[in-house]
Design a protein around this ligand. Structure first.
Ligand code: 2HA
Ligand code: ZN
Length: 270
């Protein structure tokens, strides 16, 4: 058996969490990540027949039953993950129609999975329907996106359009736009369902006055989406109160998207 701490998915997960913390997106125990694993590479690192304990998830996701996830733990600090991954991370397999999580590795000191597991798993199910190669759901609290939800309309077309106009790259990094939810109580199945509903059409979903969800085929893709949206939001926050002399027009957005072969969300340009 190979050392699981050397597995590429583990190394990448820890690097990503550390990087998110370094960006200031994951204060205290803020944020959570889940990565859908393929059984094949897992068997080199883990006896998948050995269940350490079982934990109820509190909801059903039959389409994910039998799937394996590397997930961050509830109450854990991203800041510390690189020093104690076996406490802050766990590998679970869903059983019982998704109602049970079987722990196969990690959460060594008795911990459990993120409080946002409903939003994560329901989002995985929704994104897998949109893209069979989807694998990653990340959640965090980027400062400028959050600030923007205080002062900008939460209409998702308007929110996305403002970000597209902040810097040229946005329209081809997230041409599919950003879904936006109003403030809702976090950690619940309700916000999980609302997030998953948005995930049918978006890879990025903002939680008003809370943070953002980013998804992708790789940790880099999910990270890069959030990084780009957050950078654009920073430019918005730095300029919104100043006289605006120049802007990217809809025609320029269209030309840019066409040039980079990105498909802008239907009807979102005027
Ligand atoms: O504390 O970010 O949304 C973890 C969270 C909850
Ligand atoms: Zn949060």
């Amino acid at each position: 058996m190979k050392d699981i701490l050397t597995a590429p998915f583990m190394v990448e997960m820890i690097r990503t969490a550390s990087n998110m913390y370094a960006h200031g997106w994951d204060e205290r125990n803020g944020g959570n990540i889940s990565l859908l694993l393929g059984e094949d590479n897992l068997a080199e690192y883990l006896d998948t027949g050995r269940v350490l304990r079982t934990m109820p998830t509190g909801f059903e996701v039959p389409e994910l039953c039998g799937k394996y996830f590397l997930v961050t733990g509830t109450g854990r600090y991203f800041k510390n993950m690189q020093y104690q991954p076996e406490k802050d991370l766990g590998i679970i397999r869903l059983a019982d129609g998704g109602k049970t999580a079987e722990l196969l590795w990690g959460f060594d000191d008795g911990g459990t999975f993120t409080s946002e597991l409903p939003a994560h798993l329901m989002s995985h199910a929704a994104r897998l329907k949109a893209d069979p190669l989807h694998r990653v759901v990340t959640h965090c609290h980027p400062t400028n996106i959050l600030a923007m939800t205080h002062v900008h309309s939460l209409d998702e077309r308007e929110f996305t359009h403002t970000l597209w106009q902040m810097m040229t790259e946005c329209v081809f990094v997230f041409p599919d736009g950003i879904g936006v939810l109003p403030w809702m109580l976090c950690g619940t199945n309700e916000i999980g369902q609302a997030t998953a509903e948005k995930m049918k059409e978006f890879r990025l979903v903002v939680w008003g006055l809370h943070g953002i969800y980013g998804t992708g085929r790789t940790l880099d893709e999910a990270f890069g989406l959030i990084e780009t949206a957050e950078k654009a939001a920073e430019i918005y926050i730095k300029t919104a109160h100043l006289p605006q002399l120049n802007t990217i027009t809809d025609e320029q957005l269209r030309v840019t998207a066409d040039y980079f072969k990105a498909k802008i969300k239907e009807g979102w340009l005027r």
